[in-house]
Design a protein around this ligand. Structure first.
Ligand SMILES: *Cc1c(COP(=O)(O)O)cnc(C)c1O
Length: 382
């Protein structure tokens, strides 16, 4: 029998109930949230492009040219010249032969893994991978294994016994922890076992690397080191959507076989056009990444002085580990009352007893705001 009320009550008692706050302002660091002005420290709009005037104007003029809806899936009549140009630019940006746009990162991951892998194959994932990668592995019907976080020895052991085609899958920058995958080592292990390596750099692309090329630019790994690369456009790009980049054959395979690509409406052409403008800003405005680095260093130094429980991250994702879900929610609410929006991340998004406040920075923040956040955090955690 369905007893939804009892289930909901249980979630509530465990501090695991999820609810939404309502935003009435554009995205950015200053939000009107549930009617209250707050400084935003939980967005993935790292570079501050979600409401950038050039990006907004590109969107508006593309809507004049293409309208709003894309009318159908890419393979029917929804693939516009804006989508096509963006794919070519993303391929060049990531140093891959081709790129293929997906409507969301969730769908890109589900689509890529399930198109490449099947019964008799083995998908091997980092234990802390994003939910969409784990779900893609399960959807594929392949044998599904997880290795301890960033542990290449454990990965090696699993690969020794793996059968069929072998795909190693990892976040580039881990979304809830902020640390980076040991890509060079993963690539070496992959080669040793003739496995492929798939990297989802949702939080690194635009943020890491001199030109914003993410973890690929930082590590210099090429198409035959990381055969399947996934980037998302809703984070540092400030728009919406995602893409897979790789060889000509990979992209043609996804076009034929990735069901979350084939059976869904193409994202609006105006979004693609706005994203082309974001890409130009990402490639030319290095100061945004510099600023993020400065803010991150200031936060870590200040948090260290205050004895706050930081994690081993040098990215703009700076989680403050709390442990208990109820406590994380209480601290998040206290911060909200002092004018700061920081979300509490709880299981099953993170492991049990590892609830945290996921603090993130934007190039639009000022150093003074970091200091104010630190003060409020120290008070709320005391
Ligand atoms: C956000 C995220 C996704 C999902 O991307 P969407 O475009 O929001 O669906 C996939 N992978 C990782 C690591 C993410 O953080």
């Amino acid at each position: 029998m369905f007893d939804l009320t009892a289930n909901l009550d249980r979630l509530n008692q465990q501090g695991l109930y999820r609810s939404r706050r309502i935003i009435e302002s554009p995205q950015g660091i200053n939000l009107i949230c549930d009617g209250k002005p707050v400084i935003n420290f939980c967005s993935n709009d790292y570079l501050g492009l979600a409401n950038h005037s050039d990006v907004v104007n590109a969107f508006k003029s593309a809507a004049d040219k293409y309208g709003v809806g894309s009318g159908s899936a890419h393979l029917i009549c929804g693939h516009s010249s804006a989508h096509h140009a963006l794919e070519e630019e993303l391929a060049e940006f990531t140093g891959r032969e081709r790129a293929l746009l997906f409507s969301t990162g969730y769908m890109a991951n589900m689509g890529a893994i399930s198109a490449l892998m099947g019964r008799g194959d083995t998908v091997i994932e980092d234990r802390l991978n994003h939910a969409s990668l784990l779900d893609g592995g399960m959807l594929s019907g392949a044998k599904f294994k997880r290795y301890s976080h960033a542990d290449t020895d454990h990965l090696n052991e699993i690969l020794d016994k793996a059968t069929g085609n072998k795909l190693i899958v990892t976040d580039g920058v881990f979304s809830m922890d902020g640390d980076t995958a040991p890509l060079q080592a993963l690539s070496a292990v992959a080669k040793k076992h003739s496995a492929w390596l798939m990297v989802d750099d949702a939080h690194g692309l635009g943020v890491l690397g001199e030109n914003g090329g993410g973890i690929l630019e930082q590590t210099g790994l090429k198409q035959d080191d990381v055969q399947v690369f996934v980037g998302t456009l809703g984070k540092a790009f400030g728009t919406f959507g995602a893409f897979v980049a790789g060889s000509e054959e990979l992209i043609e395979t996804l076009l034929q076989k990735a069901r979350p690509y084939i059976y869904t409406t193409a994202l609006p052409a105006a979004i693609a056009e706005a994203t082309r403008t974001s890409l130009k800003i990402i490639q030319t405005e290095n100061w945004r990444r510099e600023k993020l680095r400065k803010l991150t260093e200031r936060f870590r130094a200040g948090a260290g002085q205050l004895g706050l429980p930081l994690m081993a991250s040098s990215s703009p994702i700076q989680p403050v580990l709390v442990g208990q879900s109820e406590k994380a929610v209480a601290v998040s609410n206290a911060l909200f009352n002092s004018g700061f929006l920081v979300s509490a991340i709880r299981p099953p998004t993170v492991p049990v007893n590892a609830a945290r406040l996921r603090v993130t920075f934007s190039a639009q923040h000022e150093e003074q705001q970091i200091d104010q956040l630190l003060e409020a955090l120290a008070k709320a955690l005391a």
